[in-house]
Design a protein around this ligand. Structure first.
Ligand SMILES: Nc1ncnc2c1ncn2[C@@H]1O[C@H](COP(=O)(O)OP(=O)(O)OP(=O)(O)O)[C@@H](O)[C@H]1O
Length: 274
């Protein structure tokens, strides 16, 4: 491999799990907002090392599901187990610290800050050293900051965004902002990466680039990825397994081929009434 990223690695923690083992298990989860049932009794799992898509028509409950997984919403029923540990309530920062990172449907970056600083902000969770040392900028904190900066530069090379490293992200085209947001999530060195519509608003070329980066992250670092995406071509191309939601219920689950041939899924997408 000749790419600048050849020596680059992202280290998830050694959790004793092998590729194919269940990393995250969603069991009988229900979530309602007042009278609106966003998710009803949904169960599925995400296995270590796979690319798992969550799809469904508008309002199906996909974003709600992602928000339950990363601790933003607390389900009224059911449990989420991450690496075999069950939880009902968890704060997003705790999810992040335990190895779950995410991007958002509408890019959530610091628009006035540069690409470099936005990605650096993803390292915050890795800055373990004493705040006092950080103020003084000496000793272990300085070493840690140097290591963090090196990692951020590696991510910038990997995502091929060297030319915009100093540019405020608000000035970047949308497709590049999405790539910077991916970089910030990677800077957290996640075990599970959640991507909410990574291709939304992109042209064909940008979609191809983003697909390649997602596949490379999965392939080179073994990062498990769960993504919501409306572009069916992309979903069927890059996913190992797909779970399909409709009106908050699970209506299909399997390989892209299985899902494509599932009658309930076809009906849901064609808008056949229940
Ligand atoms: N914070 C909220 N308060 C009230 N209702 C909500 C909230 N979030 C989601 N809902 C409702 O829950 C249901 C599922 O919404 P959700 O955003 O999870 O669907 P989705 O599949 O992600 O949709 P889309 O593809 O349009 O993004 C919808 O009926 C939605 O209106």
């Amino acid at each position: 491999m000749n790419s600048p990223a050849a020596h680059f690695s992202l280290h998830g923690r050694d959790d004793g799990l092998n590729p194919g083992d269940v990393l995250l298990d969603v069991r009988n989860v229900s979530l309602a907002f007042g009278g609106v049932k966003a998710i009803t009794d949904i169960s599925f799992d995400i296995r270590k090392g796979e690319i798992r898509a969550i799809i469904g028509p508008n309002g199906a409950g996909k974003t709600s599901m992602l928000n339950v997984i990363n601790g933003f919403y607390h389900p009224q029923q059911g449990t989420i187990s991450f690496r075999g540990e069950a939880r009902r309530r968890m704060q997003p920062h705790a999810a992040a610290a335990s190895g779950i990172a995410r991007t958002f449907q509408n890019v959530a970056l610091f628009k006035g800050m540069s690409t470099l600083d936005n990605i650096m902000s993803g390292r915050t969770l890795k800055m373990h050293r004493n705040f006092f040392w950080q103020l003084l900028h000496v000793g272990p904190a300085r070493d840690e900051e140097i290591a963090n900066r090196r990692k951020v530069e590696e991510i910038i090379d990997f995502l091929e965004i060297q030319h915009i490293r100093k540019t405020p992200v608000g000035k970047l085209p949308y497709g590049l902002q999405k790539r910077v947001e991916l970089g910030r999530a990677l800077a957290m060195e996640p075990d599970l990466l959640l991507l909410d519509e990574p291709m939304a608003g992109m042209n064909l070329e940008e979609k191809e680039d983003m697909s390649r980066f997602i596949l490379d992250v999965n392939d080179q670092f073994g990062t498990t990825i769960a993504l919501i995406e409306h572009d069916m071509g992309v979903v069927m191309d890059i996913s190992d397994r797909v779970v399909v939601l409709d009106y908050g219920r699970k209506i299909g689950d399997g390989t892209p081929d299985e899902v494509k041939n599932n009658r309930d899924v076809i009906d849901a997408y064609l808008g056949v009434p229940h």
